[in-house]
Design a binder for this molecule. Structure first.
Ligand code: HEC
Ligand code: HEC
Length: 287
């Protein structure tokens, strides 16, 4: 019936679309910077982090990376605790993004040590061989700090003259890494290895040499970038002459060492494959 009256139909359709737009777009923009949604642990950016954020915007990193972990199982398992509205309170503009050519970065802070980021930004393929992320070696140039103080004031972020003075000599890359390390790390969410979920810590592949090739392959794919192809270390310490029991290696791999920058592999590799890498490491230490 209605479709026979094009003008009324058009008007009604426009109203419906506008309501939809208001609810899904305009309202959230209002909500995210609402001071009532403040989370006590979430702090404003420091001067160095803010400069890093501006470079992130300038370089268009958000064309390949999102910054929001959706409350969906797949997102949470891959990236960690889903994003809370209050975490974006200091983001003007927010950088949620909509395209994931690369992984989400909302929880990247604390996932890797600074040294990993420095190498990865300069030459992503050196850390992740099949990466199609461009090289950002040119960010090693000095940071332009002429507007930093004004920017901090405009956003009402606290800063001290000492903090601003400390920016001299920093590179754009330093600022970028400071920014990345801040992302999503304000609220405590990383789990550390929990003995309860680990169960009986006995290597099921003890003395089973047939799992060593698979352990080696996992090592090359997941670990060599930080511990070196020869186990002699790099971003992470040398594992060549580490004298630790299997159970220690298992616990370290399962839960990571969040404070030291060793990532957790419990979710991505699972117990069996962790024991296989542990067997591989032990076999290499014997010689
Ligand atoms: C052409 C798309 C593209 C652009 C542009 C891009 N990246 Fe990436 N990025 C990727 C891909 C793909 C990966 C996954 C492979 C890897 O780690 O290199 C990645 C990975 C990363 C990671 C590691 C994520 C993790 O959890 O392991 C960080 C950090 C990162 N990018 C930061 C940046 C920053 C900062 C910029 C802007 C200066 C940027 N990227 C620009 C595609 C891109
Ligand atoms: C992003 C870099 C990175 C990756 C990837 C990584 N590690 Fe680590 N790893 C580290 C760092 C950094 C430390 C030191 C942490 C500390 O002690 O604070 C460490 C510590 C360790 C330790 C403890 C060493 C000791 O003497 O106590 C073991 C064992 C280990 N890693 C094994 C592995 C294995 C096996 C893999 C692959 C499944 C792996 N790591 C992947 C960075 C990494």
């Amino acid at each position: 019936m209605l479709e026979k009256k094009p003008v009324i139909f058009l008007l009604l359709a426009t109203v419906v679309i506008l309501i939809g737009t208001a609810v899904t777009m305009i309202a959230p923009f209002k909500w995210i910077n609402d001071p009532k949604l403040k989370i006590a642990e979430v702090k404003p950016y420091t001067a160095l982090q803010l400069e890093g954020r501006d470079i992130y915007i300038r370089e268009g990193c958000n064309n390949c990376h999102t910054q929001t972990v959706r409350p969906l199982l797949a997102d949470v398992e891959r990236y960690g605790e889903y994003s809370k509205v209050g975490e974006f309170i200091y983001d003007q503009p927010h950088l949620w993004g909509s395209r994931r050519t690369g992984p989400d970065l909302a929880r990247i802070g604390g996932k890797y040590p600074d040294a990993w980021h420095l190498k990865h930004m300069v030459d992503p393929q050196s850390m992740v061989p099949r990466s199609n992320m461009p090289k950002y070696a040119f960010l090693q140039r000095p940071l332009d700090t002429s507007l930093t103080e004004k920017k901090m004031k405009a956003l009402k972020f606290p800063s001290t003259p000492a903090e601003l003075a400390a920016l001299t000599g920093k590179s754009e890359l330093d600022a970028m890494v400071a920014y990345l390390q801040k992302l999503g790390s304000d609220i405590p969410w990383r789990k550390s290895a929990q003995a309860a979920v680990l169960g009986d810590l006995k290597n099921p592949f003890l003395d089973n040499k047939t799992v060593l090739p698979e352990g080696k392959a996992i090592y090359e794919k997941e670990c060599a970038q930080c511990h070196g192809a020869d186990l002699k270390g790099g971003v992470g310490p040398s594992l060549a002459d580490m004298d630790k029991p299997d159970s220690y290696i298992f616990k370290t791999l399962f839960g990571g060492i969040p404070a030291g920058g060793m990532p957790a592999f419990g979710d991505s590799l699972g117990k069996d494959r962790i024991w296989k890498v542990a067997s591989f490491l032990k076999s290499r230490q014997a010689h």
